[in-house]
Design a protein around this ligand. Structure first.
Ligand code: GLY
Length: 431
């Protein structure tokens, strides 16, 4: 099942259950200083959960554009290296604003996964917050999940909040058993489940948040006007499950884009190779770049614009590692617009603007990247070890436009540490 069909079937299912299907909101949260980027489906409904806004419906479903590249939820460091992390991704979600609560949220999720999408029940496991007897009981009663397949975890895994403040609540996650054939389906204890989860043996696919509180800046929890539901399921992960592939990057959401990058660069794509990582970074960052530009974020030296600049420059560096010395990302961005423009028409509407700005930013960085890479080789020669001084991090930034986190990443790849404070001192002195 292609990802486009998965997205539509999700939304159609919830439309049939009386949900208003709403468009994704912008990646730039409207009027919300607590958040850099929209990082979950519930962001556009934050005021509705808080009882400050009446949207005219009490159930909704969306496929929401999300960026997790800064702030509380940040995936930037892991992109390309793991099978699951992205700076940009789509989150499928259903929402209840004081309408249904745990019982129906569990019923809908189970029915959609096992009947609509046909995922075998014996491959699904669930977790609940350790205090949540009700959810534990409902999973047994409604879905027939065996008690030994329900684990009770703490706040780290089973309490969800969008940011340090705002709507939040205990949650329940559905996990897909990805262990090797033979082990699959066999019972495990909680500790083993958590360990296997860390290694990718269990994949969290859907998070059902039982929204009940508003957290203030002092950490106090005030009950929301009405218990509500907020769920989030990454389309990329669900596509990997339904397409039977072990990495999100092997789903059709990425294969066309990676193919376009391979065609441009000309170096073969092997999944388990440094080139493989570079291609995946290019594909991921091309998606983030296209969508951020479409939503009006402009590369700059602060705030959201700086996150975009860092993403763009990381992508250029990977194209450089693949041997490219001319604009490349812009061509990958083009394939993102082709691939995703039907689902997100704003990409088509701003194609020329997205292309122009990606190319300009790429050209600007390409003009200095060569010198910066040579300088970096002198500072942190391959095979060496030690610490990169803060003043060098600053010089790479000031003279060659290398964002400090890029230098840190490159240093880390070669086994060097980076001096924490020197950069800030030099930056302060230069101001
Ligand atoms: N808001 C639910 C999630 O992001 O998992």
């Amino acid at each position: 099942m292609r990802a486009d069909e998965i997205r539509s079937r999700f939304l159609d299912y919830f439309a049939r259950q009386g949900h208003a299907v709403r468009p994704s909101s912008s990646l730039v949260p409207a009027d919300d200083p607590t958040l850099l980027f929209t990082n979950a489906g519930m962001v556009q409904f934050k005021k509705v959960f808080l009882g400050m806004e009446d949207p005219g419906f009490r159930r909704a479903a969306t496929s929401q554009k999300c960026v997790r590249a800064g702030g509380k939820h940040n995936h930037l460091e892991q992109v390309g290296v793991t099978a699951r992390h992205h700076t940009f991704f789509e989150m499928l979600g259903n929402f209840s604003f004081g309408d249904y609560f745990k019982r129906d949220a569990i019923r809908f999720a189970w029915e959609l996964l096992t009947e609509e999408f046909g995922i075998p029940r014996e491959r699904l496991w669930v977790t609940v917050h350790y205090t949540d007897d009700e959810a534990d009981q409902l999973w047994r009663e409604i879905a027939g999940v065996k008690p030994e397949r329900i684990f009770r975890l703490g706040d780290k895994d089973n309490f969800w909040q969008m940011a340090d403040t705002g709507p939040c609540g205990p949650c329940s996650e559905i996990h897909f058993d990805l262990r090797p054939e033979g082990r699959r389906g066999t019972e495990v204890g909680q500790e083993e489940f958590e360990e296997a989860g860390e290694r990718g043996g269990f994949l969290e696919i859907w998070n059902l948040v039982f929204m009940q509180y508003d957290r203030d800046a002092d950490g106090n929890l005030t009950p929301l006007p009405a218990p509500s539901i907020d769920t989030g399921m990454g389309l990329e992960r669900l596509a990997s499950v339904l397409q039977g592939v072990p990495s999100n990057y092997l789903t059709d959401l990425f294969t066309d884009i990676i193919a376009a990058a391979v065609e441009t660069v000309g170096v073969p794509y092997e999944y388990d190779s440094p080139q493989g990582v570079s291609y995946r970074v290019l594909a991921d960052h091309a998606r983030a770049t296209a969508f951020l530009l479409a939503d009006g974020v402009f590369p700059s030296n602060e705030g959201r614009g700086y996150v975009l600049r860092r993403i763009l420059r990381r992508a250029v560096r990977h194209a450089y590692l693949l041997g490219r010395r001319e604009p490349t990302l812009v061509l990958v961005v083009e394939s993102v617009i082709d691939r995703m423009g039907t689902a997100y028409p704003e990409l088509l509407g701003r194609r020329e603007y997205i292309d122009r700005n990606t190319r300009a930013e790429e050209e600007r960085f390409l003009a200095t990247v060569d010198g910066g890479m040579r300088r970096f080789d002198e500072i942190a020669p391959e095979g060496g070890s030690g610490t990169v001084a803060g003043r060098d991090v600053f010089r790479l930034y000031d003279t060659f436009g290398f964002p400090p986190d890029l230098t840190e990443l490159m240093a880390g790849e070669r086994g060097y540490a980076v001096e924490g404070e020197g950069f800030e001192t030099e930056l302060g002195g230069a101001r």
